[in-house]
Structures are given as C-alpha cells and as structure tokens.
Write a protein that binds this ligand. Structure first.
Ligand code: PGA
Length: 251
C-alpha cells in the first residue's frame, strides 16, 4: 500500500515572522493528526529558518524549483546541492506556474527531474491540463506528453523515484476543485500510462492531487483509489487548515 503524502506549496508567500508562526503551529499539531508523510515546500530564502525549525520533527521540507545546472553563472537559480545543503528532501518541479510564467518546457522539466535525483532530492513532479485543453478534448494527450517526457529523458526507473502531482491548471488557486471522480479518472489514466512501461513502478508511485484542496474536500478526494495525497497551496498557509488536510489523509 502506498503511504499518503501531503505536501504544502507555500509559493512566494510569507515573511520570517509568518514562517515562524506557521511552523510553530504545524509542529504543535502534527504528531497526533496523521499517519501520512507531511512536507512543506518553502520559498528558498527561508530554507535555513525551516531547517532550524523542523529538524527532528515529523515534518520534511523541500524547495519549489531546481536548476538543471550544478553551479555557475545562472543568476537567480538554486542548485540541487544547495537545497540538500539545507536538509531538503523534496523539490517541486514543473509546477504550472513555472511552465506558464517562466516558459518551462517538458524537456526542461525532465532535465530538472534528473538534476533533482542526481542530488538525492525527491521530485514532486507536477503535471496537468488547462481548461482549454480539457474542453478541447486533448487532456489525455497533454498528460501523456508531460509524463512521457520524463520517462524518455530519465527512464522509467528514475520516474519511480519521484512523486507525481496531478494539478489541473483550472483548479489551482481558483477555489474550483476537480470532483473526486474527475481527479480519480486522470490519476487512473496516469497510472495506466506508467504501467505500459513498468507495472511495478505504476503500482508503487505516489500520485498526489493538487488544486484548491482544502479541509472540506480533502477526505473525499484522498479516498479515491489512485489519489495518494495532496499538494496544497492556499490551505497550506494556515496551520489549522493544513493539519486538517493531513488528518484527512489518514488511511
Ligand atoms: P492551491 O495550489 O491549493 O492554492 O490551488 C496548489 C498548487 O498550486 O500546488
């Protein structure tokens, strides 16, 4: 059985004070609420604060993006080795906001996946269709293309060392969640696509749902057979909401 994973994606939010308050709230509540693995992906500027606060706790942490390069003249980027230097376990890659606002391509996302693995980080590999793609009937093609890019570049075994986050773009930050049936349908499609290459990897890989997941809808979503947890944006910024989502992930 796959262990559920609930990961917070703080995006570009917070201050040193608010990060401290959020982490204190999470640490105070976490031990009793869930059997799921729990992680937070913070802005890189706060990695040292997050590491200092969460070391020795039940909560893991990660970054929100990683460079394909090891080091050098790449202004503004973060190397995988820098994330691990601060104890990061995870890194989000291919988030739709990176694809949309920074023009990240499937190929670059695949290269980031391997850069993460090279540094021992677990990629939280985001995929998902836009509303136009869904309504235009090409949703499955888009999802397959995104997954296949990583399989082609990294190999199926390496894909299996990561976590997939299905995040329909139309559900991110909009308050519109995919219904449990809609989400389950895509999760099953993703697993089947992977199974064409390797049934063991398909059975083992965690596939999270992301997109307006909150305490009110989390339990129903995570009760679906192929939904193994969540990547949580807005609701991860409030300790009570995030802890409630973690509780909903109990199996
Ligand atoms: P949301 O964001 O929960 O605020 O919709 C999820 C994400 O973008 O990872």
């Amino acid at each position: 059985m796959r262990q559920p994973l609930v990961a917070g994606n703080w995006k570009m939010n917070g201050s040193r004070d608010s990060v401290k308050a959020l982490l204190d709230g999470l640490k105070a509540g976490i031990s009793t609420v869930t059997t799921a693995e729990v992680a937070v992906c913070c802005p890189h500027a706060y990695l040292a604060d997050v590491q200092a606060s969460l070391s020795g706790s039940a909560i893991a942490w990660g970054g929100q993006d990683v460079s394909i390069h090891d080091s050098g003249a790449y202004t503004g980027e973060t190397a995988g080795s820098m994330l691990t230097d601060f104890g990061a376990k995870f890194v989000i890659i291919g988030h739709s906001e990176r694809r949309q606002y920074h023009g990240e391509t499937d190929q670059q996302v695949a290269e980031k996946f391997s850069a993460a693995r090279k540094n021992g980080l677990i990629p939280l590999f985001c995929i998902g269709e836009t509303l136009e793609e869904r309504e235009g009937g090409v949703m499955e093609q888009v999802i397959a293309r995104q997954v296949d890019a990583v399989i082609e570049h990294c190999g199926i075994a390496m894909l299996g060392e990561g976590v997939i986050a299905y995040e329909p773009v139309w559900a991110i930050g909009t308050g519109v969640t995919a219904s449990p049936e809609q989400a389950q349908e895509v999760h099953a499609f993703i697993r089947a696509r992977i199974a064409e290459k390797d049934a063991t990897v398909a059975e083992k890989i965690q596939i999270l749902y992301g997109g307006s997941m909150n305490p009110a809808n989390a339990a129903e979503l995570m009760a679906q057979m192929d939904i193994d947890g969540g990547l949580i944006g807005g609701a991860s910024l409030k300790p009570d909401d995030f802890l409630a989502v973690c509780t909903a992930a109990n199996r």
